[in-house]
Design a protein around this ligand. Structure first.
Ligand code: ATP
Length: 836
């Protein structure tokens, strides 16, 4: 084992860098053209990175070439580690003694900026959570865009919902809080979050407040709407400190912070988000099944990210919803205007991530050109938007600022098609810088001279095949093939022998070469300097560019909604604050958009929490019950994001929360039984629904015995109907026909069924929801369609007949054979329902 005293100076430097790193951090230490890893880090990371572990002087080590390093970051992060990068802080050629090295950044799952680890259409948040007595302060930062927001969640369940919506890769929280969660069990947060505990004092309110003020160069945070959000400020201050100090990341592109209330939008908890397949399908291979996949016709990455956010956070304020609907209507009514706008958006690149890269110094010349082409669309967009009449569109037009001085500057500075590399020249346009032009002229005149020198020497020596060539080792040289060596003049100096030729130099060739190469080297260095200068100049426009990006995102989202509305013949819904839902000829947006052989059959819905509150929907399997109730939830949600909807007419009372209890995907991974999950979800609904909510229940109690299930379903329906505090609009699809009896005694219960036509043994699904209870279950018909053996179908028919005729054994069990008909007497297990 090597002791510290035996370490080389570079190794001691390595140990020093390693000393201050947080736990579970792998250090990549730059040494020349490689990033090297040593000791335990090498042993841990080599298999993760899939590279060979070697040893030098007994020290385990491995390494990757500097240019490939970024590609390995994901592999280390995936292994559950952070990545620290130690760079050389001076040019090794100029260093006197040991090259200075230090940690320049620490990369964690929530703070990656590598393109291959980011989704263009999704934000990538690191979140900070500060617990209060009951409330939680929440701050979130997307380092790739500079998007920084704060909020407070009213309680643990609101925090859960918020984290499921944001899906952060990483969260920080005070050490003490993380420890208590670890001891008492975590709330229901997404399992994918990597949690980091941070010293409690970073969350000190005053310190956080002061450091935020310092960062934004303001005297108060009131301008960011943070006056009444002390916990949020603490979370935000700690987050900024963590990113800039602990991770040593550059935060110059974080130019503002915004605040929002977690409960001013419609609440969509984890379960509804999943069941309604809003942004992710329940089964991963059904990508086209999500509502987002139908509504997302955005053109820019900023628009795609914002639309996703709109979908997961529908509005609740009628005026705000109408603002969006007005804008969508305005665009829908002017297809030319819409098309022109979308065409202009087609040239706009990811402005938010571009300006971040420019700020962080990782942008190349092509990024600057992309920025220029994107910004050059703004005057055109402003001109087109001058036609807009909807206030939201007018507002966005006013928020757009064309930056002609900046686009001109980039246009003058950068060539049309610059290379990817930024240190090898070829980037700066002629005429931008006099000194550069002079150097280039010297180089090109020299090169011309060299070109003519070849012809001159051919003439002088009479060697037709004489060539003037160049390589990096010898510079310029004259090459003569072996057959012509007798004609080589005396003044040629031999430099190298190769297989078929000899290479020579001459004093005059070397003299010109010095000029050419000197000029080339200088001009490349100057180009890099000019590029850096330009980058700094562009950084001054960061917040103006970010404002433009936000306005463009809104425009893109509205245009996407208008485009989809036109494509699928949607109509504008009317929204109101009363707890009603009146939709004519509604269609399921996802099934409707997908072209299938069976045309989609539209259906109505009429619900009013004050009168027709609870609809019980019965009907055979496969009839379309689930589709129908999900459709109602989706149409309500669409209306509240400001989208038009597939229907012929709609009045939508604004909903505070959509609850779903749907059997499809039970969470076995959470270690709960199907029935337990079902009951937990039902409890959540009964405990949180309000008269402004919308509840869709697809069968309750299926996971237990029939009688238990039926009794629970019955009691749940009664509770929803009878309890004033939870009297929400409810759609209840069920196979328990007994539930249809509720309509007899409960004034707010309505029965519906899905129309079926029967021809002999065959049934046809009409997909039409009609008033009244279904009279038969038809489960056995569907089983026949599914190909169950004939004997099983016949036997099931017999048993069904027994059951339907209440034929029971003495002890009250259904008699599963043809037998004398007898009803059980005085059996306490026999549910009351059958006697109703
Ligand atoms: N209105 C409709 N128009 C056209 N096709 C429909 C309609 N509603 C449903 N379908 C089709 O019928 C299929 C079955 O619908 P769904 O799953 O909603 O039935 P269900 O009654 O809930 O069945 P189960 O009780 O077995 O869960 C759907 O996959 C869909 O393709």
């Amino acid at each position: 084992m090597t002791t510290p005293n035996e370490l080389t100076p570079a190794m001691r430097q390595y140990m020093q860098a390693k000393k201050d790193l947080p736990e579970k951090t792998i250090l990549l230490f730059r040494m020349g053209d490689f990033y090297e890893l040593f000791f335990e880090d090498a042993k841990t990371a080599a298999p993760l990175m899939d590279i060979v572990l070697t040893a030098r002087a007994g020290v385990p080590m491995c390494g990757v070439p500097y240019h490939a390093m970024r590609g390995y970051i994901a592999k280390i992060l995936d292994g559950g580690y952070k990545v620290a990068i130690a760079e050389q802080l001076e040019d090794p050629k100029l260093a006197k003694g040991l090259v200075k090295r230090d940690i320049t950044e620490i990369i964690t799952p929530g703070t990656v900026l590598e393109d291959n680890l980011l989704h263009a259409s999704q934000s990538h948040f690191i979140v900070s959570v500060m617990p209060g007595k009951e409330r939680f302060g929440v701050a979130m930062l997307d380092l790739s865009t500079g998007d920084f927001r704060v909020s407070e969640a009213a309680n643990a369940s609101a925090l859960e919902t918020e984290l499921h919506r944001l899906k952060p890769a990483e969260c920080i929280t005070p050490d003490s809080n993380l420890n208590s969660w670890r001891q008492q069990g975590f709330p229901d947060f997404p399992a994918s979050i990597s949690w980091t505990g941070v010293d409690d004092w970073h969350f000190d309110q005053q310190m956080a407040y002061d450091s935020l003020c310092r960062h934004f160069a303001v005297a108060s945070l009131d301008g960011f709407g943070c006056r009444a959000l002390p916990l949020a400020v603490a979370a935000a201050g700690a987050l900024l400190h963590y990113v800039t100090n602990n991770l040593r990341r550059d935060a110059s592109h974080i130019t503002s912070m915004s605040s929002y209330q977690t409960d001013d939008g419609m609440i969509l908890d984890r379960i509804s988000q999943r069941n309604l397949e809003l942004v992710e399908p329940i089964f991963a291979d059904n990508k086209g099944n999500t509502l987002l996949s139908v509504l997302d016709e955005t053109i820019t990455p900023m628009g795609a990210r914002l639309l996703r956010e709109w979908l997961l956070r529908p509005l609740r304020d009628r005026l705000a919803i109408n603002d969006r609907l007005d804008a969508v209507e305005n665009l829908s009514q002017a297809p030319m205007f819409l098309a022109e706008m979308r065409e202009l958006l087609g040239t706009v690149r990811d402005l938010e991530r571009l300006i971040t890269r420019i700020n962080l110094g990782s942008a190349n010349a092509r990024d600057l050109q992309s920025l220029r082409y994107s910004l050059e669309q703004l005057p055109g967009l402003q001109a087109v938007l001058a036609e807009a009449t909807a206030p939201l569109l007018i507002g966005q037009r006013q928020a757009l600022t064309a930056l002609p001085e900046l686009t001109d500057l980039i246009a003058r500075a950068i060539v049309d098609e610059p290379p990817l590399a930024i240190k090898e020249g070829g980037i700066i346009r002629e005429g931008y810088n006099d000194e550069l032009d002079v150097l280039r002229r010297a180089s090109s005149e020299g090169k011309d001279w060299i070109a003519s020198y070849q012809a001159k020497e051919q003439e002088r020596t009479g060697i037709k095949s004489l060539k003037v060539r160049f390589n990096k080792v010898f510079g310029y040289f004259i090459e003569v093939t072996k057959t012509n060596l007798d004609m080589v003049p005396a003044d040629y100096m031999r430099k190298q022998t190769i297989v078929n030729a000899e290479r020579y130099i001459t004093p005059e060739l070397k003299e010109i070469e010095d000029k050419v190469l000197g000029a080339d080297e200088k001009s490349t260095a100057l180009e890099y300097e000019l590029f850096q200068d330009l980058r700094v100049k562009i950084c001054a426009y960061t917040s103006a560019i970010q404002r433009n990006a936000r306005a463009l995102a809104v425009i893109d989202c509205l245009a996407s909604l208008a485009e989809v509305a036109g494509r699928h013949q949607y109509i504008r819904p009317e929204v109101c604050d009363e707890p009603v839902l009146d939709i004519r000829d509604g269609r399921h947006p996802v099934l409707d958009a997908r072209l299938t052989e069976e045309p989609f059959v539209p259906n109505d819905v009429h619900l009013d929490a004050r009168r027709d509150q609870l609809a019980i929907i019965t009907g055979p399997n496969m009839a379309g019950k689930s589709t129908y109730i999900r459709q109602v939830a989706l149409l309500t949600l669409m209306a509240q994001i400001g989208s038009f909807i597939p229907a012929s007419k709609a009045l939508i009372g604004i909903t505070d929360r959509i609850f779903t209890r749907v059997g499809a995907a039970d969470d076995i991974s959470r270690g709960q039984s199907t029935f337990m999950v079902e009951m937990v979800e039902t409890a959540n609904i009964l405990n949180h629904a309000t008269p402004a909510s919308l509840i869709i229940l697809d069968e309750i109690g299926r996971g237990t015995s029939t009688f238990d299930g039926l009794s629970l379903a019955w009691a749940v329906a009664e509770y929803l109907h009878d309890t004033p505090a939870v009297k929400a609009r409810t759609l209840f699809a069920t196979h328990y026909h007994e539930l249809t009896d509720l309509a007899v005694t409960k004034t707010g219960v309505r029965n519906y069924n899905v129309l079926i036509t029967e021809q002999g043994e065959r049934i046809s699904f009409m997909r039409k929801i009609v008033p009244g209870a279904a009279d038969k279950s038809y489960g056995i018909h569907v089983a026949r369609l599914a190909g169950l053996p004939r004997d099983v179908i016949r036997r099931a028919g017999e048993v069904l007949a027994n059951l339907e005729n209440n034929e029971y054994e003495e002890e009250g069990k259904p008699k599963l054979a043809q037998s004398k008909r007898k009803k059980p007497k005085d059996n306490p297990d026999q549910p009351l329902l059958f006697n109703l």
